[in-house]
Design a protein around this ligand. Sequence first.
Ligand code: IPE
Ligand code: IPE
Ligand code: MG
Length: 243
Amino acid sequence: MSAQQVNTVHAAVIMDGNGRWAQARGLPRTFGHREGAKTVRRAVEAAPNLGIDTLTLYAFSSDNWVRPKPEISALMRLFHRHLRSETAELVDMGVRLSLVGRRDRLPRKVQDAAASAEEATAGGTRLHLRLAIDYSARDLLVRAADELASNGLRPPFGRDSFAEALGRAMGEDEPARDVDVLIRTSGEQRLSDFLLWECAYAEFVFTDRLWPDFDAEDFAACMREFRGRDRRYGACPSSVAAG
Ligand code: IPE
Ligand code: IPE
Ligand code: MG
């Protein structure tokens, strides 16, 4: 992709398989999460060269709170450490970071590190990196509906006002944006409560690669597959002649 090309793709990634990666090596699951954090860095570096302007990464679902406490603590420590240590680099790379998901249940340290990183990177224009932590698409949809109702608005709301409310529910100034390509690693083929509204017309690309092994070439291969798809949005295939 040429440097002049304007990036327009919203890619979302379900970063799955950290636990299995570690278990396959006889290591505790947390080692997989640590290795997975390195993959995040590689993916962020690669994204702008793959035509992506917005990258939403699923890091921790609201259902992940049921996991063993030591695993959750290790993940929270990793979020804290990386939010702090990567901020300067994100600024250098022109990356704007924001968290989507609930903040109030995160450890105070993670909330503060996230707020600092968001503030420091606010001027980034090359890539918008959205980290989904304590994220549940269904909870956000309900919150958006609650907000519209509690503002005294009466149905019917319309898609645009609903997308705006959903954006606000995520703490963003912009309406919820459609996902162009949804990638999930580790061979699982489900959404696990990720971006339900935004994926209405997303292209799904599944790869067996476990997240810690997912490299820039794998990412490029997923994007090639996406670009080869015929996105129809309900219309006839582009190969069909009019009439
Ligand atoms: C994804 O990897 C990371 C999180 C959900 C936090 P997993 O931890 O789900 O790894 P597997 O699916 O058990 O291999
Ligand atoms: C979804 O993965 C959440 C993240 C990748 C952060 P899970 O591994 O938690 O999803 P399920 O339980 O297999 O659906
Ligand atoms: Mg998993």
